[in-house]
Design a protein around this ligand. Structure first.
Ligand code: ZN
Length: 243
């Protein structure tokens, strides 16, 4: 009997092995059948041990622990932070633009840049991840984490925020509101500060209340930095538009 070879990379495989030692493909791969398709769609879609609903629940109720697992190398347990973020931000942006809900109308920018940002809402959400990670890196210097590791927490937390926004927008739309009121915008940001502080209290070491407060401060700092970037961009945009 000839030694079996991996169908992906062609190297000989141990007949007892479940995965090829060289490339990691399953050794029981044969011609594609419907069971493979089902498996591809469910479990091995992104190589996550638990299903998307279990992951969504874990992310919602303990975002900081999910981020810590990921940073500590338990990578197959959860969906990756950046893929999760890009997918959820994409869905939220689609919903916001389909509904025509003026999410940014209370942020005090001129109408043209606001319209532009509304259309590129995904970029606005994604921009906040490195800003949030930098704010966290500044306030949690003592944890000696890398910027990329702070970004894992920022990306998971921003993913949850995108989902919340995606749920708020259709509700507002059904209530026939065209734009959030100032009170609603304030409540949204305050809830976000508290949520990110709570996520930080799970993610960072040290006393939980201290991490919570520092996390809230990081969220506020990132919010201020985002607004500063937007105002600078808005002034630049107006200056160019006038000419
Ligand atoms: Zn192989």
């Amino acid at each position: 009997m000839p030694t079996p070879c991996c169908l992906n990379c062609g190297r000989p495989v141990d007949p007892a092995a479940v995965f090829c030692a060289a490339c990691g493909q399953r050794t029981d791969t044969s011609r594609l059948n419907l069971r493979d398709v089902a498996r591809d769609l469910t479990q091995t879609f992104v190589g996550v041990e638990r299903g998307p609903l279990a992951f969504a629940w874990a992310l919602l109720v303990r975002p900081g622990e999910v981020a810590r697992d990921y940073v500590e190398g338990k990578r197959r347990r959860h969906y990756g932070p950046f893929a999760t973020l890009v997918v959820l931000v994409g869905l939220t942006t689609l919903l916001v633009n389909l509904s025509g809900y003026q999410v940014l109308s209370q942020d005090g920018l001129a109408s043209t840049p606001t319209g532009l940002l509304q259309r590129h809402f995904n970029l606005l959400l994604l921009l906040q991840v490195p800003l949030l990670a930098c704010a966290a890196a500044l306030l949690f210097r003592g944890d000696r984490l890398r910027l990329a590791e702070h970004m894992v927490l920022a990306a998971y937390a921003m993913s949850v925020r995108a989902v919340i926004l995606a749920l708020v927008v259709p509700i507002a739309y059904l209530r026939a509101a065209q734009a959030p009121g100032p009170g609603e915008v304030l409540a949204f940001w305050l809830a976000w500060y508290v949520y990110f502080g709570w996520a930080a209290s799970q993610f960072y070491r040290g006393a939980r209340w201290r991490s919570w407060l520092l996390g809230m401060a990081a969220a506020a700092l990132a919010h201020a930095a985002t607004m500063a970037v937007l105002f600078a961009a808005s002034i630049g945009y107006e200056a160019l538009a006038v000419r």
